[in-house]
Design a protein around this ligand. Sequence first.
Ligand code: Z16
Length: 838
Amino acid sequence: VEASIPEPQREAWKRNQITSFTDKDGFEKEVVRHVETTLARSMFNCDEIAAYSATSLAFRDRLITHWNRTQQRQTYRDTKRVYYLSLEFLMGRALDNAMLNVGLKNVAQDGLAELGFRIEDVVKQEHDAALGNGGLGRLAACFLDSLATLNFPAWGYGLRYRYGIFKQEIIDGYQVEVPDYWLDFNPWEFPRHDVTVDIQFFGQVNKKTVGGKTISVWEAGEIVQAVAYDVPIPGYDTPTTNNLRLWSSKASGGEFDFQKFNSGDYESSVADQQRAETISAVLYPNDNLERGKELRLKQQYFWVAASLYDIVRRFKKSRRSWNEFPDQVAIQLNDTHPTLAIVELQRILVDIEGLEWDNAWEIVTSTFGYTNHTVLPEALEKWPVGLVQHLLPRHLQIIYDINLFFLQSVEKAFPDDRDMLRRVSIIEESQPKMVRMAFLAIVGSHKVNGVAELHSDLIKTTIFKDFVEIYGPDKFTNVTNGITPRRWLHQANPRLSELIASKCGGNDFLKDLTLLNQLEKHVEDKQFRKEWAEIKYANKVRLAKHIKDTTGVVVNPASLFDVQVKRIHEYKRQQLNIFGVIHRYLSLKAMTPDQRKKQLPRVSIFGGKAAPGYWMAKQIIHLINSVGAVVNKDEDIGDLLKVIFLEDYNVSKAEMICPASDISEHISTAGTEASGTSNMKFVLNGGLIIGTCDGANIEITREIGESNIFLFGNLSEDVEDLRHAHTYGSHTIDSDLDKVFNEIEKGTFGTPHDFSAMIAAVRQHGDYYLVSDDFHSYIETHQLVDEAYRNQDEWIAKCITSVSRMGFFTSDRCINEYAEEIWNVEPLAVDRHSIWGP
Ligand code: Z16
């Protein structure tokens, strides 16, 4: 149906075009209107949640007009678009970000004050959109912010989980998972009940001959409906408002099957409906782990098939030839989770559109790019062939054909290397056979990238080595991760952002982060250092209050705040940190009161979620809490050491924690953390870091200078030999670490049995993560941290210098690199004054 208004009637639309508020009075009018009409409440019945809702609706209206115009502009210009496919988008809160990005936070602050509310309290009413686990999901969110800010025509595609990452409670020192009811009220999404796609599962493939040509027809066994929900993504200081489209699953053919219902089979009708809705029900809560569950594969195909249908539908409107598809469409695969998109596009082109295999394959491989985020073997996706066969019978055939043609070409190029075929085959000949998704992603993409220099080198020399031989080195590239300075500086740390603006000629640095380098000439400015230190102190006071409110522990904001917040994982080595804390505690206990007086007070702050099925990670949380319980009430120690575990670490908590850190810990076993991005957030907020030579730490060091970072530990190139020596040589444990273990085993921190597995991992099971090898260097380096912190003036100078050199780590730089090296897309210039015209 043609839904476009005919030319003669368009005058009336133009006459009545919506004008958004621009000042306090306009804003207040909108808030009152929403309170009284949309929410059906009044000034006699308006709490902070109502104020939040109405404020959000006022800004949402504004965004949606920009969003519409952005889409019209992009459609009209018909240039190449980017599609970012990610199973995770860790967005956090939207209102504060929307107010800052459209430049009207001050207006809202004044308006809300007149209406009787404090903006900070209103902003806090919002529940985080937590559709992700950690770094990978937050990277996707930062990329959306940069894509919009830089005016790229880009869409994100994801799943609209009913439950995002679980809420973490700490009960008796243990993690307890509670469902995340984030959708109760979400003004930031627009259901598009008219945008739906039927998604097939199961069934069989039949061959049919049409006009002398044999084609494969997939007869589905089950159909589930995908419904689009759109989330507007505002750029900073630009009218560009891009779209994040999240798919929700629903039983196809209405609420439930009335045929079945009326014939008395209502139980199975309800069951069908529930089975359909289960697909988008919950985010898998694993970071860096793939467990091969059927529902996860269903999620992946559901989301990928709906997204591709949408992309193809949009392409077809332009009536171009299929060969132009890669000139109009770039699809980026965020990890291997969307790899089935490669197979699905090949299926659409060959089975449905009737293209020849080779022609279709050329289009497919020119369209996709694949980003790898890990080298950890347990995180690399593999699916049992039998499961793929059952769920997606036609896709398995296509995968076999892709593999056949690929292996034929490899055999031709490497005729003498039989083992090569076994090593690179997309099908692993194991029991059971497995589809190796990373290999499929490489074969089906034109570019493969890692997320930091070391990581990109590692994938080329280890897990993807053979593919570098096959395709040559140019298919592999690096795009070092970055973060958006809008959320991670301007929003999280408004006072520091303002101080920086006063030295960098205004807010331009938020769009060109290299402008931070202007700070360097002010490093010697005493007054500037003092203001800088005051802001850090105020941020620490705010965190100290949060700690008091949530844990009851009083911490002194003058202490050195030492922070490690990230997912709990053995490779990230929170165990190394807590063993170090115990070592510090024992040293303090061994001192005379006079010696203690000379020590520097410290607060060790931990936060992060463990995957619910990751037993060892949960033990680590328990040890941290057990140590805290003893240390925090030890009167010999007092303020000299406090150990805090912050419950339910998430994006909005990170926005409070990062600005309050003096030193943060990025201490993964060398070669295991692909990039890390919180390292960037902490330095950008004027904190120093202690870290291993791993991931982006290496490039941070190169940028800010070796004297401004505390590096320690073994190097990535030595890890393999050390592990080998642990297993086959005699393995002696560091003597200080041994003392720590003995103290735990004495029962100082509760039942020793609770922690025996953590100790055994080091003493008996080969210390895979090199905790003992790095312990001495770690302890020594923390002593250097203490010494450096005693000289506050020098410390602040290091912080300022570091911030001034962080320009490289903006996600704007990443997006420009992807656009240039991988997507071949350009921004769409926007005329701020044109409203209807393109
Ligand atoms: C994830 O968060 C990451 C990798 C991965 O394979 C799966 C998940 Cl859920 C992280 C990396 O661990 C981290 O080093 C990196 O900074 C981040 O992805 C973004 O690239």
